[in-house]
Design a protein around this ligand. Sequence first.
Ligand SMILES: [Zn+2]
Length: 152
Amino acid sequence: MLTSSPVKAKELDVLLKRAVEFHGHLGPFLVLGLRMGLAGLRELNAKKGEKKLRVTAKLKYSIPFSCAVDGLQIATKCTMGNKKLRLRNHSGIAAKFELEGGEQVTVTVNSALFDTLKGELPSESFPSEEVRELAQLVASTSEEELFTISRG
Ligand SMILES: [Zn+2]
């Protein structure tokens, strides 16, 4: 586990508004995507939209997991359209961040949290109050509890 600083609440707030507008609703996986993106940028000491930045989202490409893709896109400006974002099928949720020809870091959502979200998320009923509450939970949980961060 690498060192990490608490996510800046105001930065997350601004991004969250942008993400909800883009994505259409607020949910825990959207917030997870945002926070994964912020963690990846910080670990690589990269800025969003940086020329050499590439992201690989590893997840099941169906709702609600796929909501994380939009969070990642908003946080990093690596998108499907600019071909800086790739998708890989995965039973959990992780994202690999790399500077082309350079450093790589993988942010993996902790399985306990993932299982909790999967278990509690009502299907086909959002945006509900419960979903918004789960989103707030993910927004306010410490990064150490959300993710495992590893090089490569
Ligand atoms: Zn969503």
